[in-house]
Design a protein around this ligand. Structure first.
Ligand SMILES: [Zn+2]
Length: 279
């Protein structure tokens, strides 16, 4: 097998998006890769949620370490300053060490995770949601713009309405994560209305500082999942979607393993949480 080359992430505007599913608990060796903060965070969760969190963070560390030519345990994460209030406590996650211009964004939903990576210190945001049954009609008015809501109400039946809702929700959250303000803003004001399959979308959303225009793309990441990536509009080159588990060791990618063939028997019941924290 030949090692696949991922160095184009450092080319202007190129974005890589990795996705995968946590299918087994992190073992003792993997646990040593995580930081004390990550291990503590996992312990505050249910066993299942903690396993998903730890598995996703281990995968993220291995992928990012592969780009940076370092060990996955050597990565130190921090946060950018909030673009609204300059608070370093709640901006977008970033790599503090080693020093790098790579930016990343992580989203998790149940056992599934999605990681966007780009170079040049550019902003990126990704969001992933797995389909869970909930009352779209009661939530949508506080989330969607008027024309997004009108579109949703044209759809026939709860399943079709949920699909429209999750498409819009993932686009909005990707933009808000890219801009660094997260959900501390009026989500309705981020208008991401567009017909399905219409391709990348230009979205205007300005925080107090930082870019004001974003290119948003829907991503196909497996059945029952919705995902989007948002990037600075001034530098939105190709998106490379890498749908597989990360290499076991940094710099030595394993052959592709399609997710469809993976066992989904562990754990039996997906946990209905979605977290975007990277602490
Ligand atoms: Zn703030």
């Amino acid at each position: 097998m030949s090692a696949e080359d991922f160095s184009d992430v450092f080319d202007a505007g190129v974005t890589h998006v990795w996705w995968g599913t946590v299918t087994e608990p992190v073992g003792p060796d993997g646990a040593l890769v995580l930081s004390a903060e990550e291990r503590t965070a996992a312990r505050t969760m249910t066993t299942e949620a903690g396993a998903y969190y730890s598995g996703a963070h281990l995968a993220v560390r291995r992928i990012l370490a592969g780009y940076l030519g370092t060990g996955p345990a050597a990565l130190h994460f921090g946060r950018l300053r909030c673009p609204e209030c300059a608070d370093p406590g709640h901006g977008a996650p970033c790599i503090v060490r080693p020093s790098t211009e790579l930016s990343f964004s992580l989203s998790r939903s149940g056992p599934h995770w999605l990681l966007g990576v780009t170079g040049g210190g550019r902003r990126i945001g990704v969001d992933l949601e797995q389909v869970l049954g909930f009352d779209t009609a009661s939530v949508a008015p506080s989330v969607l713009s008027d024309r997004e809501l009108a579109h949703l109400r044209e759809e026939d039946g709860p399943a079709a309405q949920l699909a429209v809702f999750l498409r819009y929700w993932t686009r909005k959250e990707a933009v808000l994560k890219a801009s660094g303000v997260g959900l501390m803003t009026d989500v309705r004001a981020v208008d991401v209305h567009a017909p399905p399959g219409s391709g990348p979308l230009l979205v205007h959303h300005a925080a107090a500082t930082g870019p004001a225009a974003w290119v948003v793309e829907d991503l196909a990441v497996g059945p029952g999942r919705y995902a989007a990536v948002a990037r600075e509009a001034s530098a939105a080159g190709p998106v490379r979607l890498i749908g597989r588990q990360p290499p076991a060791g940094h710099g030595r990618p394993e052959p592709p393993e399609p997710l469809q063939t993976r066992s989904t028997t562990w754990p039996a019941q997906p946990h209905a949480t979605s977290s975007h924290s990277m602490t």
